[in-house]
Design a protein around this ligand. Sequence first.
Ligand code: FAE
Length: 552
Amino acid sequence: MSPPGRQDRPVQGVSRRDFIAGTGSVLGGALLAGHATTARAATAGEHSFPAAAPLAPGAHVPALVIGTGYGGSVAALRLARAGVDVHMVEMGMAWDTPGPDGKIFANTTRPDHRSFWLRTRTKQPLSNFLGFPLDKDVPRYTGILDAEEFGGITVYQGRGVGGGSLVNGGMAVTPRRENFPAVLPTVDPAEMYDVYYPRANAGLEVADVDQGWWESAACYQYARVGRKHAERSGFPFVFVPNVYDWDYMEQEAAGAVPASALDGEVLFGNNHGKKSLQKTYLARAVATGRVAVSPLHRVTSVAPAPGGGYRVLVERLDTTGAVTATTAVTADRVFFAAGSVGTSKLLTRLKATGVLPALNDETGKGWGDNGNVMCGRANHMWDATGSLQSAMPTAGIDNWAAGGVFAEVAPLPTGIETYASFYLSITRNPHRAAFSWNAAAGRVDLDWQTVWKQPSIAAARTVFDKINTKEGTIYRTDLFGSCKIWGDHLTYHPLGGAVLDRATDNHGRLHGYRGLYVIDGALIPGNASVNPFVTITALAERNIEEIIAKDL
Ligand code: FAE
């Protein structure tokens, strides 16, 4: 079985000289306005993203991008290369400065103040181990992972320059072409598979693991056990590409460089080998000299401006989350790239409160969880999964065609032998939720119901019940509580809320307002059939090309 979305070795990233040129331009502006923090390369020498740029009150920007995740980064790069000056506004931190331990990012197994967005207690996706709760108190801080709680679901999202690319597992999966019509029904598959998926994969520097190395690497024993169990039950096993620097990982395994993926670094950031957007799209965008980035700035309003364009209100935050200033700027065009939840919440509130009343009734609708559900299996003693586990997944069980399940063979990088196989399943789940404005509470609600995970659990069971029967094994019941099998309270993959060709036209232009665009995961109607960031990136590449050609 050929894997979905396999790619060749990566394309070359931005050159150091290009990068320094871009950094200088942004920094120059920052220093003039007296707001700059010092640009610095991290101790790792790899997170050399430039310092914050100011957003001066009353400033006028040709293109303002809300958010610095996948959609926002693609928009910024392509607009800048088309000659448009871009200002990116990001509510999270820059993540360019080492903490007290000399590292920028906290370790997955040792969460601290850097780990969570404005919480005083951690909210770990795997809440328990051997039945014992893992959560602990932490100082409230603008940390990297947001566990945003709605009524029926906790939505995990990255916060900072790079958005979800900072915290995700790097699994870079192109959906099988036969599944694409259900993912984005109004998009021509030919243009996506001939042009935009290849462009996105190249831009993200997606690459395959060397399978020869993988076969004997201790850190992928868990994945080989996952393959054995899948294949013995007749399920298709696939290798999955990633954005991790495989050469770096091989050196980690050899002990030649600081351990990163092999030290479990993923959920709260990765200090070395992962090519987050800061190293790919964003680095290239900044290298144009036309892109400025303001971290710890949160957009709260986008309203038509009297003289044309849009008046954008931006709050400046400190690291406790307190608002230290509010700035109004104007923009000719605004790109909503705040992620599925961020964009949907903004648009829902702005429509309901009469700021953007002409947005249509599809605003806030069509939101899905990509069918995410997690589970663990308890293996026999002879199927050890290894005390050393790479935090970057490389493998999946692709039973989408037969059962609507694509299961990531996920790591459990605890540093000890757990005899556990762990999976994040993406399933075909028909339920879609809607965001609504709760005027009394002054917040946006989401009407997802916990029971809506049942189709996902049923789908996942078709795979893991069979594997358990074949192997004579059982589910782990100690990872999500005590005596609880399914991680059904969360999603890592929020999608939809401003769906393509419904809330927007077929290229992300919001109905009702010229110059307002959605360009992130909010466009995808709830399910991508695989992990979503390659599809978000490819769709953004498609849409921005059309917007640049026709609107600018
Ligand atoms: P996103 O990357 O979320 O960026 C939105 C940005 O906007 C964020 O930086 C926000 O802080 C910022 N923002 C929000 N509101 C505002 C505002 N009002 N003002 C200013 N800034 C704002 O959006 N996907 C995969 O394909 N493979 C994986 O292996 C994978 N693993 C994951 C693991 C975890 C733990 C998580 C949480 C996600 C994972 N994902 C994975 C999902 C993936 O990261 C996600 O789909 C994308 O990051 C979404 O991209 P967007 O551009 O839509």
